[in-house]
Design a protein around this ligand. Structure first.
Ligand SMILES: Cc1cc2nc3c(=O)[nH]c(=O)nc-3n(C[C@H](O)[C@H](O)[C@H](O)COP(=O)(O)OP(=O)(O)OC[C@H]3O[C@@H](n4cnc5c(N)ncnc54)[C@H](O)[C@@H]3O)c2cc1C
Length: 420
């Protein structure tokens, strides 16, 4: 990306060029703001690169649900289970884990679900809008989100998570046996039933979408600086100084959108909103030999499998090990056996593997908006499992706030100081 420090100080400087930062840049540019972005890497190479690509307008069920603690010990001792905690990280993880469990109390769920839904509902529409004119319009496909179960009785819409969706008019259908095979012909008969969430989208290349949108933003005048952000300092006049690895940058308004890496930068300002790097993995089978029609969630093992341009991608796992720990690709390779069990004709011989950190808050709701105590500073991070979906609407909300337009959603559930 071009680097030009000779330009006048932009109206807004966005830290982090993941999907959240890129979407925010586009929404601000549409409103006439002059925008700069700073990222130490090229755009869309963090969590926004390797995710499962499910664009779910209906995501309203948080990770922490009543009774989740009962499953945790079983998950932790199973080397193929969906959750892993590195022993040496346990003490640091504990405060976040306590808040996570508290967030799953039943009386807190309606507010959380509605706050999630307000960010997810327009996702497909906004992606299609932003992708216009990029030549990459076909990277978003219509899809059904197929939640598959080995035991047909488990596809039970009276369970709390499905009831939460049904109460919010999410279009659901239970399919069994041959009807399920019609939806996904390659799925093993071992899987007896599925709940279909309809009217979804799926990404054929999540990182490619981010890069196409970043290129569009640059064409529209957004300035990209490839630098590592080291420190934020408020100035007496209300503006900001951003220290980077190659010197300071002046900024008028700052949006922090560095995903899981935002926590450290904000902590140095004294803002300690809880955030964990919830590390996920993917395997892409490059010569899969089968094609899937939809994004498919293995509910028991908690991973998503979907056909993408590069092959069939399995993505999932929640590993808590600290943001800087080396990847443990055994977590990714688990998907080979699990995916083969779902799709017996899948060729799993040739694969790419990847790890990226979800920026996870305890209640699955991101931190958005003003940062109390600081003028001209906006939070836009903490999107956890659903940031690919929530990115475009996050951009709209932050742009409206900066433009002084009503944000059209109640901002209280997104406050950065909600955990005290
Ligand atoms: C395995 C997996 C599967 C997922 N599946 C889905 C899914 O199906 N659907 C969905 O909606 N979401 C999914 N997600 C979640 C989604 O990927 C994330 O919530 C989202 O990508 C977060 O976007 P972001 O822009 O906040 O962060 P990121 O994409 O991580 O971007 C942060 C950026 O900040 C930059 N940065 C960090 N530190 C610095 C620094 N010091 N200086 C400069 N730049 C810096 C990084 O280089 C990076 O580009 C999944 C995540 C994972 C890991």
């Amino acid at each position: 990306m071009a680097e030009d420090t000779a330009q006048a100080t932009p109206d807004v400087t966005i830290l982090g060029a993941g999907i959240v930062g890129i979407a925010t840049a586009l929404s601000l540019t549409e409103r006439g703001f002059k925008v700069a972005m700073i990222d130490r890497n090229p755009p869309a190479e963090g969590a926004s690169y390797g995710n499962a690509g499910s664009l779910s307008p209906w995501s309203c069920v948080p990770q922490s649900m009543p009774g989740v603690w009962k499953s945790v010990p079983k998950w932790l001792i199973d080397p193929e289970g969906p959750v892993a905690l590195r022993i040496g990280y346990a003490a640091k993880f504990l405060p976040w884990a306590v808040k996570f469990l508290q967030a799953g109390q039943e009386h807190r769920l309606p507010t959380i679900a509605d706050a999630m839904l307000a960010l997810t509902r327009p996702t497909v529409t906004l992606y299609r809008h932003h992708l216009e004119g990029t030549g990459s319009e076909n990277l978003v496909r219509d899809s059904v989100y197929v939640h598959v179960y080995r035991n047909g009785d488990d596809a039970d819409l009276s369970n709390l998570a499905w009831r939460m969706r049904a109460e919010r008019q999410v279009p659901l259908e239970v399919v069994k046996g041959d009807a399920l095979r019609e939806v996904e012909p390659a799925l093993s008969p071992e899987f007896e039933a599925a709940v279909l969430i309809k009217q979804q989208g799926r990404a054929l290349d999540p990182g490619g979408i981010g890069k196409a949108l970043a290129a569009k933003a640059e064409r529209l005048g957004v300035q990209f600086l490839q630098r590592s952000v080291e420190k934020l300092t408020p100035r007496a006049d209300g503006a900001w100084r951003i220290d980077t690895d190659v010197g300071p940058v002046d900024a008028n308004k700052v949006v922090v959108a560095m995903g899981a890496w935002s926590a450290k930068l904000m902590a140095d300002l004294g803002v300690t909103a809880p955030l964990e790097a919830e590390r996920g993995y993917h395997l892409v089978f490059k010569n899969p030999g089968v094609s899937l029609n939809n994004a498919i969630m293995n509910v028991e093992q908690k991973f998503v499998i979907s056909s993408m341009n590069a092959g069939v991608r399995c993505a999932g796992t929640a590993e808590f090990a600290g943001i800087d720990a080396a990847p443990d690709y055994r977590r990714a390779r688990v998907f080979g056996r699990l995916a083969k069990r779902m799709f017996p004709d899948l060729n799993i011989d040739d694969f790419d593997e990847w790890m990226g950190p979800r920026p996870s808050t305890p209640d699955s709701v991101p931190y958005l908006g003003d940062v109390p105590g600081f003028a001209n500073l906006f939070a836009a991070y903490g999107h956890g499992h659903t940031g690919m979906t929530m990115g475009p609407q996050t951009g709209e909300i932050i742009a409206r706030l900066i433009a002084g337009e009503p944000p059209e959603v109640d901002m209280a559930p997104y406050r950065i100081d909600r955990f005290g």
